[in-house]
Design a protein around this ligand. Structure first.
Ligand SMILES: [Zn+2]
Length: 341
């Protein structure tokens, strides 16, 4: 993912440096047992550098190809002979014969993060690193200050219900908060692994997602909160070619995926229903936890994201549908502030 490209580059540089340091340390240690080993290792290194220099210099000089091919064949033969001698000496010195072989943390990409040429793809190890970064980042914007402890019930209206509901908005939110906290504390042993938060903006849905994510973080359980906008962006980036499943591994593998505000993205952005379905389907059918918040009603949701996605998310066998209603908290705060002046 682009977001982490330069960070990844630095990580691999660090890995290569660490391994080079370890290789140098080994040469020193082996050289103490047998100085000839250090000399041979140095000679082998010189042949390697000469070969690389030769390859670089002959690029674009086809007329010198024959000459340089002779040189590189000679270097390769010397390299191999030195290597054989080195292995014999290592074994006599009581060390493993591959003790001075190049050290790679990942043998597949040799610590470059890339495989294949010229169309290089991301190595599995790089994909894992990106996924870990996403988890480390708490899922792109888990707001740390939004916790159950910071949950302020007074922001919700406590007017007696007038619309036939049994509770005021504040009482209702007490109940929702308690349910969310139970969910986070029992995670992953929840009777219903999924939740759907349905209701208009400004009613506390995102706040509660952050509460759940932060509680899980306290319990050392990774989670991922992603806005629908970012999710669709990732789906689109990985829409054509490549292994989409692998590139989006973090969305499948995180113990809890929270898709925030599904339905808020512009309808024209809404390009990847199959991608969304794949994620929702795989997570729900393998019992992986998923929470979705949306400002759409079920009918609107179905019209937009298909019946297949809707039926999984609104399935009350595996999930709890939680309705958010009442007055917009942000508007209420604003009018309270105005009344105080
Ligand atoms: Zn690799």
């Amino acid at each position: 993912m682009k977001k982490y490209a330069s960070e990844l580059e630095m990580d691999y540089m660090r890995i290569r440096e660490e391994n080079a340091r370890e290789a140098a340390r080994r040469i020193g240690a082996a050289g103490e047992r047998d100085p000839e080993i250090a000399r041979l290792a140095k000679a082998r290194g010189t042949r390697l550098r000469q070969t690389v220099r030769l390859i670089l210099s002959e690029m674009g000089k086809p007329e010198e190809m024959n000459r340089s091919m002779d040189i590189s064949a000679k270097l390769a033969a010397e390299f191999e002979a030195i290597g054989k001698e080195l292995k014999l000496r290592l074994v006599s010195a009581g060390l493993p014969k591959d003790y001075l072989d190049p050290i790679y943390t990942c043998d597949i990409c040799r610590d470059t993060g890339k495989i294949g040429f010229p169309n290089s793809a991301q190595c599995e190890c790089a994909k894992r690193m990106v996924a870990n970064k996403l988890l480390r980042d708490g899922g792109m914007g888990l707001v740390e200050s939004e916790t159950f402890a910071a949950f302020d019930r007074s922001v919700f209206a406590d007017d007696p219900p007038t619309d036939g509901r049994g509770k005021s908005q504040r009482e209702h939110m007490d109940w929702v908060r308690a349910g969310c906290e139970r969910y986070a504390d029992n995670f992953p042993n929840n009777a219903k692994p999924n939740m759907l938060f349905s209701g208009e903006s400004g009613l506390g849905k995102t706040f509660l997602l952050n509460c759940i994510g932060n509680r899980l973080r306290e319990r050392a359980i990774p989670s991922l909160r992603i806005t629908s906008y970012d999710l669709l962006d990732q789906l689109r980036q990985n829409h054509i070619g490549g292994d989409r499943r692998a590139a989006l591994e973090h969305l499948y593998e995180t113990p809890l995926l929270m898709i925030d505000d599904l339905g808020s993205e512009s309808i024209f952005e809404n390009l990847s229903i199959p991608g969304l379905f794949q994620i929702v389907n795989e997570r729900t059918s393998t019992g992986k936890h998923l929470i979705v918040s949306t400002n759409l009603t079920r009918t609107q949701f179905e019209a937009r994201y298909t019946e297949r996605i809707s039926s999984r998310l609104f399935d009350t066998e595996t999930g709890a549908v939680i309705l958010f209603y009442g007055k917009d908290v942000r508007l209420r705060r604003r009018s309270a502030a105005q009344n105080n002046t």
